[in-house]
Design a protein around this ligand. Structure first.
Ligand SMILES: [Zn+2]
Length: 280
């Protein structure tokens, strides 16, 4: 059942849990995530990142995601993750995506507001939802700037309040200590900061760089207002581990056997994450 981000986050608010948002740049990821959600009968967000355009073009994987979401027995939101170009977001909306994230975090505050407002107007025409970001998330956006003090990039609660009021977005991605990719050191999350942001903005918060945090981090983040948890790197890496393991143990002729092993391992990891996010 295809639903919007706003609808799925309403369920999350009512049930007081975090909904998993998983990147699905290929069929193995997509199947692993949807089978897990159906197994546990929970709503889920499947996402395509603009960064993954080279892995699988939106024009190819997008229609598959929409079709799979429609056929699913649970509510599924089809989301465009970290869209940095408005025409790319438009393409997703044309395909029937029910949610878009505009990422203007590398721009000035004023430019971020102006473009986010445009994204909100575009989404409104299609009854889709919008997530946007304020502050800078570690990892992808900070590549090459490792010397920058991470706390200086955290979301400012007062600015977040202003941003949400000015743009009219449905969900806010904020920076409070998480980072994209695989963690090199144990993340230390600033929970009082997200509690303060939630108190001021009153809309659901989004945790990026969600995979790789501890069980306690997720539980604390959810109890402080996080309702969408982006999860990908660690799940994808589980697929790699399974392939390496299989190749080390036996002679493999067919690629589909490797793909199946990766899918199974990713599903196991998604299920583990879901048990924490949804309190199962
Ligand atoms: Zn992200």
């Amino acid at each position: 059942m295809l639903v919007t981000l706003k609808e799925i986050l309403k369920i999350a608010e009512e049930k007081d849990y975090g909904v998993g948002a998983f990147n699905t740049p290929n069929l193995e990821c997509l199947t692993a995530v949807l089978q897990s959600a159906e197994k546990y009968k929970v709503p889920v967000i499947i996402a395509h990142a603009e960064l993954h355009e080279s892995v699988q073009p939106l024009s190819v994987i997008g229609p598959v995601m929409i079709q799979k979401a429609k056929e699913a027995k649970v509510p599924v939101c089809v989301h465009l993750d970290h869209g940095e170009h408005l025409d790319y977001l438009e393409q997703a909306l044309e395909l029937g995506f029910t949610s878009i994230m505009y990422d203007g975090s590398s721009l000035s505050y004023e430019e971020n507001v102006a473009n986010t407002k445009q994204a909100v107007a575009m989404a409104k025409k299609k009854s889709a939802s919008v997530e946007a970001e304020i502050g800078v998330l570690g990892g992808r956006e900070t590549a090459g700037t490792a010397s920058v003090d991470p706390e200086s990039m955290y979301t400012d609660p007062a600015l977040a309040e202003k941003f949400v009021k000015e743009t009219g977005i449905d969900a806010l991605a904020c920076s409070f200590g998480t980072a994209h990719g695989i963690y090199k050191t144990i993340p230390k999350l600033d929970f009082p900061r997200i509690a303060k942001i939630k108190e001021l903005v009153k809309i659901p918060l989004v945790m990026h760089g969600g995979s790789g945090c501890s069980e306690n981090d997720y539980i604390q983040a959810i109890s402080n207002g996080v309702r969408k948890i982006n999860y990908y790197s660690y799940m994808s890496r589980e697929g790699v581990f399974a392939v390496k393991d299989m190749l080390g143990k036996q002679e493999v002729t067919f690629f589909h056997d490797l793909a199946a092993a990766a899918q199974q391992a990713m599903q196991k990891d998604v299920e583990r994450a879901m048990k924490i996010f949804y309190g199962l």
